[in-house]
Design a protein around this ligand. Structure first.
Ligand code: 13P
Length: 278
């Protein structure tokens, strides 16, 4: 069943666990993620990253995502990740997405508030949820010494109040993609943000974190955990060997991608405590 971000995250108020948000690229990815959620009986979020909107046939993939969400036997939210323009947010809303992220993290604080607030007003008027971002979740390297990289708890409080976002992505030491070195997360900062902010909190750059890190993040207040790279790494690692061995190549490849994604999503969801919820 298709639901918005608020509805899908509301389950974390009843039991402490992390809802998985898995970005994908094709129907096989989304089927694999939903198979995992149906097997574990948990709510789930399927997403597409803004940087792929122009590379994929967005309106086509949106139809597929929404069809799969409606057909699922568990609550599924369909989310646009890291949108930087109102144009793509409007495309997603028009296509039937139930959640959009406006990533204004590269803007000045006041400008980020202003733009995010405008988007919240538009999206909420049609029942679509909004995620905002404060601080920098980069790619590859985290600059631990630069205070500007981290989300400041006092700013998070002001941002959440003024924008009325449903969820806030925070920067506590994670990065997107493959980590260079061992990640070192600032749990004290996370717990301070949690104390000051009422909306749901989001962890970006989940791939590559340890089980312990995930569990601590959820314990300290994260409600939504984003994963993409680990799905692609699992496909990259397992598909070439499979292709060498199989004869029924073309149909089998698509089934195999779905299965690899399903197993990787199950592994993550179990760590997040995301099972037996529905
Ligand atoms: P990873 O690709 O590092 O898992 O990050 C996913 C993410 O945060 C998408 O917004």
């Amino acid at each position: 069943m298709l639901v918005n971000l608020n509805e899908v995250l509301s389950y974390t108020k009843v039991k402490k666990f992390g809802v998985g948000m898995f970005n994908g690229l094709s129907a096989d990815f989304y089927e694999g993620v939903i198979d995992a959620a149906e097997q574990l009986r948990c709510p789930i979020i399927i997403g597409v990253a803004d940087r792929f909107v122009d590379r994929l046939d967005f309106e086509m993939i949106a139809e597929v995502m929404i069809f799969l969400a409606k057909r699922a036997s568990v609550p599924v939210c369909v989310h646009l990740d890291h949108a930087k323009s109102l144009k793509n947010i409007m495309r997603a809303i028009k296509a039937g997405f139930t959640s959009v992220m406006f990533d204004g993290s590269s803007l000045q604080f006041e400008e980020n508030i202003k733009r995010t607030k405008e988007i919240v007003e538009i999206a909420h008027s049609v029942g679509v949820s909004v995620e905002g971002e404060l601080g920098v979740v980069g790619r590859g390297d985290f600059d631990f010494k630069n205070p500007e990289f981290y989300t400041k708890p006092n700013e998070a409080e002001e941002f959440a109040q003024k924008t009325n976002v449903d969820a806030l992505a925070v920067s506590i030491g994670t990065v997107h993609g493959v980590y260079k070195g061992k990640p070192k997360l600032d749990f004290e900062r996370l717990s301070e943000i949690r104390k000051r902010v009422d909306c749901y909190l989001v962890l970006h750059g989940g791939s590559g974190l340890s089980d312990e890190d995930f569990k601590k993040c959820i314990e300290y207040g994260i409600n939504k955990v984003n994963i993409f790279t680990d799905l692609t790494l699992a496909v990259n690692a397992q598909l070439p060997e499979f292709i060498k061995q199989t004869e029924d190549l073309t149909p089998a490849i698509f089934e195999k991608i779905r299965e690899i994604v399903k197993q990787e999503a199950i592994k993550k969801l179990k760590i997040f405590g995301s099972y037996n919820i529905i």
